[in-house]
Design a protein around this ligand. Structure first.
Ligand SMILES: [Zn+2]
Length: 69
């Protein structure tokens, strides 16, 4: 965990790259890449679609979420 600025406040957030999580992952606490993830209150939080320079997406999740089906 690491302090991050969020909505004008400094809050504790998971450090490192973001992971994508699907419905099953929300129950299991696992990202698409099977990394364990810290689940956050969805009322306070949503995953950015593509990350940014401060919030890079895990490349495995990025590949999995952007692969053609
Ligand atoms: Zn990931």
């Amino acid at each position: 965990m690491a302090p991050r600025r969020w909505s004008g406040e400094v809050v504790e957030m998971p450090a490192g790259r973001l992971h994508a999580v699907n419905g099953a992952g929300l129950i299991l606490g696992r990202a698409l890449c099977l990394a364990p993830v810290t689940l956050l209150d969805p009322r306070d939080w949503r995953w950015p679609n593509d990350g940014d320079e401060d919030w890079p997406l895990c490349w495995i999740c990025l590949t999995l979420t952007h692969s053609p089906s």
